[in-house]
Write a protein that binds this ligand. Structure first.
Ligand code: TRP
Length: 453
């Protein structure tokens, strides 16, 4: 019997391999895929960026995802407990960094996801259908200027997140992911198919998949490497925590490859759907962050059946955000359950409440606190986003790669992976990637993000 069974309250376990896959894919698939990937692809010129992105996933994302899951399953602990158990000393700090990143990211993730819930509500009410093209972007401006509305939707979204996490690993997280992920895929396949049937479909495919290498510059490559990281939920122990609930019979490399394929598929399908719809109505691909909340709703207001398409799209966005937010809260909850011996109920309610409060300045950052700048001329929300995605995650990922490749050792990691009836055929390749390629590439991204070149 392994050590973790000695705890008074037993830790959770995924009830099935497919439940683990759906949950890890749910964490990975989020606003990063449906909101951010299409707009950064648009800004970096399309095809060549997409091909480089695929390389980034394989060279940086996949090896680190395997590493995180191995650390988690080997230690059977939250991130802080895992690093403490496996090495301790300053390495415990990597766990602290991860739990802190969980607080920070979830605090503003709930605000942005709250916008998506509001847009779902507006779609259901039929607000977009027949609205004038100039009015639609103003709807977004009005929301950002409405402090109370944002707090309300932020609270609604946090409430949903807390409600799922309260249910525990197999009855809460796994069950919710097993429902939401298939629905998400169905909606996305429908929307991509619908997009391809529109006049802009062929143009969208061409834009996304025909590389024009001249359009890809160094900043695009670095952006792509950095995003491969965020989109796979790496660098803060989310995959570590999910890995800590995995059975020994489950092949970690198998799960990681499946999750990476699913995450990439969702990003590409979202790109197809969004660009096909946008091109068909003469919109520009380089609209930036407003693509989903300003540009697309204009199209919804003009297309036949736009209300239904809008509802489907925002259900998709809310589900994607929710399956990610529960993984962020789970990291924090796991820490308070494993290390502080709190009950899941107490940890979830108290920490959900505290993270909601930390998110309040983000919700108010466009109106009441608009003049309150933290980093440069960025408002509160943009500052915490920058802090987490540009500093905490790449640093965490770099340290996780170094820890696994050089401290824990890949030999021990292999033994952990092969504990069950699992063979790790690609071990030599992974060994090389996790020791040399991933840390060097992540280090370059990190130095770039902190502005060193
Ligand atoms: N991967 C999610 C997305 O693409 C975001 C996310 C969820 C995340 N959990 C995370 C990012 C942990 C980094 C770390 O939107």
């Amino acid at each position: 019997m392994s050590e973790h069974h000695h705890n008074k309250a037993p830790r959770g376990l995924w009830s099935s391999r497919i439940g683990f896959i759906m949950s890890a894919a749910g964490s990975a698939v989020g606003l990063g895929n449906i909101w951010k990937f299409p707009y950064i692809t648009g800004m970096h010129g399309g095809g060549a960026f997409v091909i480089f992105y695929l390389f980034s996933i394989v060279l940086v994302g996949l090896p680190i995802m395997v590493a995180e899951m191995v650390i988690g399953r080997h230690a059977r602990k939250d991130p802080v407990g895992a690093f403490r158990r496996l090495r301790g000393g300053i390495w415990t700090g990597v766990g602290w960094l991860g739990v802190a990143a969980g607080f920070v990211i979830l605090s503003y993730y709930c605000v942005v996801a709250g916008w998506a819930v509001d847009y779902l509500w507006l779609s259901i009410k039929g607000t977009f259908s027949g609205a004038h093209a100039q009015e639609v972007p103003e709807i977004f401006g009005n929301l950002l200027n409405n402090d109370l509305a944002q707090l309300f939707w932020q609270a609604v979204f946090m409430g949903l997140t807390v409600w799922i996490v309260l249910g525990g690993v197999s009855n809460g997280l796994e069950r919710a992911n097993k429902v939401m992920m298939p629905v998400l895929f169905l909606i996305l396949i429908f929307l991509a198919g619908y997009g391809l049937s529109l006049p802009g479909g062929a143009k969208a495919l061409n834009f996304l998949f025909a590389p024009e290498w001249g359009k890809l510059d160094a900043s695009g490559m670095l952006e792509s490497l950095g995003h491969s990281f965020f989109t796979l939920s790496l660098g803060m122990g989310a995959m570590l925590t999910y890995g800590s609930y995995a059975e020994e019979e489950t092949s970690i490399p198998g799960v990681a490859v499946t999750v990476a394929i699913m995450d990439t598929t969702v990003a590409l399908l979202a790109g197809v759907a969004i660009f096909a719809i946008a091109f068909s109505y003469g919109m520009e691909p380089a609209a930036g962050p407003g693509l989903v909340f300003k540009t697309l709703p204009i199209v919804f207001s003009q297309m036949p059946g736009g209300t239904l398409v809008a509802i489907l799209f925002f259900v998709l966005l809310v589900f994607a955000a929710l399956t990610s937010s529960i993984s962020l809260l789970e990291v924090v909850v796991a820490y308070y359950c494993d290390e502080k011996k709190w009950s899941r109920k107490k940890a979830t309610l108290v920490m959900g409440g505290i993270i909601f409060l930390i998110g309040v300045p983000s919700a108010l950052s466009n109106h009441l606190l608009a003049d309150f700048h933290i980093i440069g001329d960025r408002n509160f929300l943009d500052s915490v986003d920058l802090l987490a995605t540009n500093y905490m995650l790449p640093l965490g990922g770099l340290l996780i790669a170094i820890f696994t490749g050089w401290v824990l050792t890949t030999r021990l990691a292999r033994a952990e992976i092969e504990k069950g009836e699992v063979r790790f055929h690609l071990y030599p390749l992974w060994h090389f990637l996790i020791r040399y390629v991933s840390p060097i590439l992540v280090a370059i991204v990190f130095l770039y993000k902190i502005g060193l070149f």
